[in-house]
Design a protein around this ligand. Structure first.
Ligand SMILES: [Cu+2]
Length: 502
């Protein structure tokens, strides 16, 4: 077993809790092939959208629901008529949806059955499940070094005391987040609450989560995951097939009424700019951490990896028989070799029936996030840079032995994200907290960013300032990182430790 320099940097000083990691062994075996595979062609809009099923608890004790999830391989038709092996939560991609009520705690036991026998990779696959956007104790957060070996399991305790929101859970294993998410380890995590139910927003079957990912397929329909001589791709993995909830370019039959769509960019590296082919505006009502104070109308919506937005589209203005395509106009990605035409159409809405619509979008949606930037006691500056063979934050690669910030519980801080990596863009995700976007190159945040955020798009040559309050009762070590998960695997990640208030 070879352990490379980068692994030594990451795990060298972990101490007593560290396991010996067969970290690069598996991926080397999977590294055959060129990064220029083109997926076989298929007919767009030939398959309906699927909505991942909501997982049922295995038992309930004292108002706490217990869930079991097994990370395992499964065979699944993704491209029409062809079958792929996925690594999925309960063996399916996307994983089952965790749907919980605010204020009700759950325990999710994650079993790792991605053994050597199942995956064909020497040593199997080490995993860690991260509840993205959740206010959660450190040991349940899926720290990238909190790895579960094949055959092992971990109980995650999730308090769910946040307001209604759209979160997701996905793998976060050090060095291999990109591969593990790409292979299918991602699912929705929805929190609902009484306040949101008082609002006349579309709900039930008119409230639909949409996980957007891009992947590439081999001629036989299996997933093609490129590597850089066995190591994670430095710039990111860009697929030439857009998948919504695991279906390539699906259609959805809609009625002439409002729908809520919970958009999640679960891609490795791809940015999207979403618009309707009709040119009509739509309404953004929620950001990563929940409802915005007020809805905003947008003609298009940029989305970086890791971000979530709830949007309302009103199909009442279209006649039965109309089709509207959800388009992506962000096809000029730095380093993107994919034919833009292949990734410019996401899915299609087919208006098929009249409807009576009692839903509406009220002007007042929710109180603003409880963060007052004037109360900030500390400002931290974080520079995101490219080095020849890796990505760094303030000049440093990820190191499990280094803590770069020690905020105090209860304190408010301003974090200044500075992009000094040329044309590259980075989605910056901070675990544990939700933050307010203060400004972008000194200008006000974009209209759709004016809600609680845990991931912010940091564009080329941009400086974005955010304000966060460490109001969580939890202390301990958390990570923050670029959510281009290939950049993350190539070291663009670091740790902060929330300290008890003095
Ligand atoms: Cu990045």
């Amino acid at each position: 077993m070879a352990v490379s320099r980068r692994d030594v940097l990451k795990i060298g000083l972990l101490g007593a809790g560290a396991v010996a990691l067969p970290i690069e062994v598996g991926i080397r075996a999977a590294s055959a092939g060129s990064p220029h595979v083109h997926s076989p062609s298929f007919d767009a809009y030939s398959r309906p959208l699927r909505v991942p099923p909501v997982l049922s608890p295995v038992r309930t004790v004292d108002n706490m629901d217990f869930y079991d999830i097994v990370q395992k391989t499964g065979r699944q038709e993704i491209l029409p008529g062809r079958t792929a092996t996925v690594w999925g939560y309960n063996g399916v991609y996307p994983g089952p949806t965790l749907a919980v009520e605010s204020g009700r705690a759950i325990v999710v036991t994650q079993h790792n059955a991605l053994t050597q026998v199942a995956t064909g990779l020497p040593g199997g696959v080490l995993t860690t499940a991260h509840p993205h956007g959740l206010d959660v104790e450190a040991r349940s957060d899926g720290h990238p070094l909190s790895l579960v070996l094949p055959g092992g399991f971990l109980e995650h305790h999730y308090p769910n005391w946040q307001p209604a929101t759209t979160l997701w859970y996905h793998d976060h294993a050090v060095d291999h987040t990109s591969r593990n998410v790409y292979m299918g380890l991602a699912g929705f995590y929805l929190i609902s609450d009484a306040h949101e139910r008082t609002l006349p927003l579309p709900r039930g079957r008119f409230d639909i989560p949409l996980l957007i990912q891009d992947k590439t397929f081999n001629a036989d329909g299996s997933l093609f995951f490129p590597t850089d001589n066995g190591l994670p791709m430095r710039q990111g993995v860009l697929g030439d097939v857009l998948l919504i909830n695991g279906t390539p370019q699906p259609f959805l039959k809609v009625e002439r009424r409002r729908y809520r769509f919970r958009l999640l960019n679960g891609s490795d590296a791809r940015f999207y700019n979403l618009r309707l082919s009709s040119g009509d505006a739509f309404t953004v009502i929620a950001t990563d951490g929940g409802l915005m104070p007020h809805p905003v109308q947008v003609a298009s919506l940029p989305m970086a990896a890791g971000e979530r937005y709830s949007i309302i589209i009103d199909f009442a203005k279209y006649r039965v028989g109309t089709s509207i395509v959800l388009q992506n106009t962000d096809t000029g990605l730095f380093g993107d070799e994919v034919d833009p035409r292949k990734v410019s159409e996401v899915m299609r809405f087919d208006v098929v029936a009249d409807a009576i619509d009692a839903s509406s979008v009220p002007f007042d949606l929710a109180p603003p996030l409880d963060v007052d930037p004037r109360a900030a006691s500390v400002t931290r500056r974080w520079e995101f840079e490219r080095e020849s063979d890796r990505w760094v934050i303030n000049g440093n690669p990820f190191d499990g032995a280094r803590i770069d910030a020690r905020p105090r519980q209860g304190s408010t801080e301003i974090w200044e994200f500075v992009n000094k990596s040329g044309g590259w863009r980075h989605p910056i995700h901070v675990h544990l907290v939700q933050y307010l976007v203060l400004d972008r190159n000194g200008a006000p945040p974009r209209s759709h960013e004016r809600g609680p955020k845990d991931t912010v798009s940091l564009g080329a040559n941009e400086t974005v300032r955010v304000a966060m309050k460490f109001s969580s009762p939890f202390t301990g070590i958390y990570v923050f990182h670029c959510h281009n998960v290939s950049h993350e695997d190539n070291m663009m990640m670091t740790q902060f430790e929330v300290m008890q208030s003095a």
